[in-house]
Design a protein around this ligand. Structure first.
Ligand code: PRP
Ligand code: ZN
Ligand code: MG
Length: 210
């Protein structure tokens, strides 16, 4: 039995479940259960917070997982990546209040930036030679400027509607992301065999969509 960790609720949840279903893997979902077993494939699904998934897979609590590359790279866990899945595409972007006279990245010199992705942001600012103060907060990053907590934010943008509803304007793209399949590095032969079977089906689904 292979244990797959997916996001409990969020941008990746639905797409992740859809992929598994398209692979012909049946299971019963209940919004209250955090664990479910497939009825026709040796797979158990765990519903977790996305930020916890790389750590659980690295530790072997889960054998494989589906996460955003944004989370994977921020946590320095790229070594677990098996395959890019091509869905849940999004970007990590810098945004400022829409009335701001922002023109160039150097305008952020010395400014306060709120984000949940301090490492990805620091790497980007270093590349650009900009020295700013990064304030790490775990959620609701988009409200930081309006409550006086920061001059700018760096967060995930998908449709862009969260930015708009918070009066923010996207000004720089820091990182492009999509869903990625990750696996524990020490899977035994039996689990490896189930993973190969799953990958075979994923490839078939991907080919059918082209
Ligand atoms: C991101 C971001 C916004 C939302 C933006 O959250 O923090 O909440 O997506 O999407 P939009 O541009 O379509 O409005 P994410 O799904 O990464 O979840 P998390 O921050 O709760 O982990
Ligand atoms: Zn998250
Ligand atoms: Mg969010």
């Amino acid at each position: 039995m292979l244990r797959l960790a997916i996001q409990k609720s969020g941008r990746l949840s639905e797409d992740s479940l859809k992929l598994i279903r398209e692979c012909g893997i049946s299971f019963i979902t209940s919004s209250l259960k955090l664990k479910t077993e497939s009825t026709n494939f040796p797979l158990e699904i765990l519903y977790l917070r996305d930020d916890d998934i790389p750590g659980y897979v690295a530790d072997g609590v889960a054998d494989i997982g589906i996460v955003g590359e944004n989370v994977l790279v921020e946590e320095g866990m790229q070594r677990l990546a098996v395959e890019q899945l091509g869905f849940s595409k999004c970007r990590l972007s810098l945004a400022v209040p829409k009335g701001d006279s922002y023109e160039h990245i150097s305008d952020l010199q010395g400014k306060n930036i709120a984000t949940s992705y301090p490492k990805l942001l620091q790497t980007y600012l270093d590349e650009k030679g900009v020295d700013a103060n990064i304030h790490t907060i775990s959620g609701s990053v988009e409200i930081a400027p309006s409550i006086g907590l920061a001059d700018a934010i760096c967060d995930i943008v998908s449709s862009g509607s969260t930015l708009i509803s918070n009066g923010l304007r996207e000004v720089e793209r820091v990182f492009s992301s999509q869903a990625v399949l990750i696996a524990n590095e020490g899977l035994d032969a039996e689990k490896r065999r189930v993973l190969d079977k799953l990958l075979f089906r994923i490839h078939a689904v991907q080919r059918a969509q082209k």
